[in-house]
Design a protein around this ligand. Structure first.
Ligand code: GTP
Ligand code: MG
Length: 460
């Protein structure tokens, strides 16, 4: 499995620093270590050494670590040189290692080799990138859990349960004399529900992790002057956007990330939607619509003081009392929440009404009334759980694979009860296993590997 090429990269962050680390991995490491250090260091023991150039002069002095195959990060021979973190010194050392026959590593190539050598699976490799990129403590905890293999272990557990199910049914079907009614077979039903429970709890942990990683993109849209920018400022806790009483103040798209109890919210303020007065505003409205189409949720802001009596008073408004045409032209499929703003003027009480479609919140961006209700609503609508409920760092591709796998199991169950055709049943379960295998990297395409490791840092 080991690659014939020896790769090298600066593993520490670019720029000046106290320590600079260069990592080398591959079959030539022992001879390279002897050339650069004078002799091969004892395995896994820190050694103070001079890093030598071609003439035997020191380029730098530092700590050398040698990890012989296979007990290393990549599963190959690895040499780590920890010198001083000056850009020039590190470059000279890198040049020397290239002269000795190394080639520059691609981004993520060390981790890719770790994967190819069976040191980590793909879900763990992705968790490494997630840990490095984590924006909150909760996201970092979820990444560490996945990195330690919890996600992969739960996938394996599901696969074992599915295999058990398959074996059980095959054995039962082998005795055609005994007419088995699968619908009333307790053991089968128990096994099936164990599999579905496994899917549900894993999906929840993964969905939570994906939310922590990617956050929720919330676009604030509506008519000019409704108070969109005021709401952005309120949620951000600072004066991000210009607010004036002139309709058409905001023209550019403004973005700000805030955290809602650990959930990253990517807030987007947009130009008020109306037939534009000039080309600049027209462009602003075009961009606003573009953002709306990409949103995870749209907060559609209405001026409660003018949005119709029933609605504005906070009474249960029928859809007819709303200015419905206003919502036309918003893309179907993007979840919307109607936010009735300026209740300090309309006199309505702060309220959250999730029974209506779309849900409604009554707030004042000026006084802050109702803002806690809005925050609560955003968390609930996203399916975000406040407490650290064992979230596992996950990506959309994982969620997608979990959904497909669950559907295959459901299909298998349906097949069994309607046709008793074991071959079809087994085939559906095989497809489910395959979808689960995609998560850990049992079945991966070159493209996927390139996509995953290509987004890593150099030297990782
Ligand atoms: N009384 C009251 N005034 C508000 C409230 N929210 C916003 N305003 C005022 O309404 C006016 C417009 O607010 P903006 O936040 O600029 O509205 P906008 O929707 O961003 O407007 P455009 O950028 O022009 O589309 C300003 O004068 C705000 O002070 C509110 O809750 N109560
Ligand atoms: Mg604005």
């Amino acid at each position: 499995m080991n690659s014939p090429e020896t790769i090298v990269a600066i593993a520490s962050a670019p720029g000046r620093g106290a320590v600079g680390i260069i990592r080398v991995s591959g079959p030539q490491v022992p001879e390279i270590a002897i050339a650069v250090l004078g002799s091969l260091p004892a395995p896994r023991r820190a050694r103070l050494a001079n890093f030598l150039d071609a003439h035997g002069d020191a380029i730098d002095q530092g700590v050398a670590l040698y990890f012989p195959f296979p007990q290393s990060y990549t599963g190959e021979h690895v040499l780590e040189l920890q010198g001083h973190g000056g850009t020039l010194v590190l470059d000279l050392l890198l040049q020397r290692l290239l002269e000795l026959g190394c080639r520059m590593a691609r981004p993520g190539e060390f981790s890719e080799r770790a994967f190819l050598n069976g040191k980590i699976d793909i879900a763990q490799a992705e968790a490494i990138a997630d840990l490095i990129g984590a924006g909150t403590a909760a996201a970092a905890r979820a990444a560490v859990r996945s990195l330690q293999g919890e996600f992969s272990a739960r996938i394996d557990d599901l696969k074992t349960k599915i295999t058990g199910l398959c074996v059980y049914v095959e054995a039962a079907i082998d005795f055609p004399d005994e007419e088995i009614d699968f619908l009333s077979d307790r053991t089968l039903q128990q096994r099936l529900s164990a599999v579905f429970e496994g899917f549900d709890s894993l999906s929840q942990a993964a969905r939570q992790g994906a939310l922590l990683r990617e956050g929720l993109t919330v676009v604030i849209a509506g008519r000019p002057n409704a108070g969109k920018s005021s709401l952005l400022n309120k949620l951000a806790g600072e004066e991000v956007a210009i607010v004036t009483d002139l309709p058409g103040t905001t023209r550019d798209v403004l973005r700000r990330q805030v955290h809602l109890d650990g959930l990253p919210l990517n807030l987007v303020d947009t130009a008020g939607l109306r037939p534009a007065a000039d080309v600049v505003e027209a462009e602003g409205v075009r961009r606003a619509r573009q953002e709306i189409a990409r949103a995870d949720r749209v907060l559609y802001i209405l001026d409660a003081a003018t949005a119709g009596n029933a609605a504005a008073s906070g009474a249960l408004a029928t859809p007819a009392t709303l200015d419905e045409p206003e919502l036309e032209g918003l893309p179907a499929g993007v979840p919307i929440t109607l936010v009735f703003n300026k209740i300090d003027l309309s006199g309505a009480a702060p309220a959250l009404d999730v029974a209506s479609v779309p849900p409604r919140v009554f707030i004042s961006a000026l006084t802050g009334a109702g803002i806690p209700l809005l925050r609560h609503h955003l968390k609930v609508a996203a399916g975000y759980l406040d407490s650290d409920c064992g979230a596992l760092s996950a990506r959309r591709r994982h969620l997608d694979a979990l959904t497909r796998a669950r559907e295959h199991v459901q299909c298998a169950a349906n097949t069994l009860s309607s046709t008793r055709a074991f071959e079809l049943f087994a085939e559906d379960l095989r497809l489910a296993q395959h979808a689960l295998g995609e998560i850990t990297g049992e079945f991966t395409s070159e493209d996927l590997l390139g996509e995953i490791f290509g987004s890593f840092c150099i030297g990782k």
